[in-house]
Design a protein around this ligand. Structure first.
Ligand SMILES: Nc1ncnc2c1ncn2[C@@H]1O[C@H](COP(=O)(O)OP(=O)(O)O)[C@@H](O)[C@H]1O
Ligand SMILES: [Mg+2]
Length: 264
């Protein structure tokens, strides 16, 4: 049976799709069979971030309409047999997609995968509720901004009330320099406010935004790579290794890096 995890946030643009793609890629490289499900009907973009948009023949709506079987809508990465996506549909009125129908499709695909990561839409309304019954484990993504943290807390309450038993959060776009200078919320204060386990810290890194602009995967050896690798090991292997985004801003060299980052 696959381990199913919804990746959610409440607030849009905080990095759900980024986390879904990079986490899924690393877990698949470890050797697990991973399916990334685009749960965002209408504003789907998982296929684009994965560079697979031209490969789509069938999407989830075709499965719902009986035009193909669930397996036929799954697209496997050209370079990585262990990594596949189930694309959402661009054209349909998303209200036509029922939660129970998506659950049936995911159940059908379950045996082929070790991990099913569901990239949720932003918000806490119908689109989010539709994917809630697909899993009982969630990865809540937030940034260190107060609005994102507050929205994450609302989502956590909904997840708890919906019977979710495993709740972890990822702090994305963390700025080590601002944490050290006290200009960003501290990681401990965010953890205290959210009241769930921190499973990964991903730094604010141009490597990540470039990935979305030009496609491809994160370069090995970068901070972003190490941060996602730690997150993947924590999730898949039960390790507790949180990337230290403040490390490179400590000491004399770190002091100059902080000043430089402020200027540029
Ligand atoms: N850690 C990061 N550092 C730099 N840019 C990031 C980071 N995480 C996400 N981004 C950028 O933020 C934007 C929104 O990310 P995305 O994953 O699409 O958010 P969501 O799926 O929550 O709407 C994208 O342009 C992405 O490249
Ligand atoms: Mg997204």
């Amino acid at each position: 049976m696959a381990r199913r995890i919804v990746i959610t946030s409440g607030k849009g643009g905080v990095g759900k799709t980024t986390v879904c793609v990079n986490l899924g890629t690393i877990i698949s490289n470890i050797g697990y069979r991973v399916l990334l499900v685009d749960g965002d009907f209408g504003l789907n973009n998982l296929d684009i971030v994965m560079g697979m948009e031209n490969k789509i023949i069938y999407d989830i709506f075709d499965v719902l309409q009986g035009r193909c079987r669930a397996r036929q809508a799954v697209i496997t990465d050209f370079f990585n047999d262990n990594l596949s996506i189930l694309p959402a549909t661009k054209f349909v009125n998303s209200r036509a997609v029922m939660a129970s129908d998506i659950l049936r499709i995911i159940d059908e695909l379950d045996t082929y995968f070790d991990y099913i990561l569901i990239d949720c839409p932003a918000g806490i309304d119908q689109g989010f509720v539709r994917v809630l019954n697909l899993a009982s484990e969630a990865l809540v993504v937030t940034t260190p901004h107060i609005s994102a943290v507050r929205d994450a807390e609302k989502v956590i309450n909904i997840l708890r009330n919906s019977g979710y038993s495993v709740l972890n959060y990822v702090l994305n776009r963390a700025r080590g320099d601002l944490i050290l200078s006290g200009e960003s919320l501290s990681i401990s204060s965010i953890s205290e406010f959210l009241g769930i386990n921190l499973i990964g810290v991903i730094p604010e890194d141009d490597e990540i935004s470039n990935q979305l602009m030009i496609g491809g995967s994160i370069t090995k050896g970068t901070d972003a790579f190490y941060a996602f690798r730690s997150l993947a090991n924590n999730l898949a292997k039960g390790k507790s290794d949180i990337f230290d985004c403040t490390k490179k801003y400590k000491g004399t060299m770190g002091y100059f890096r902080r000043i430089l980052r402020k200027i540029v």
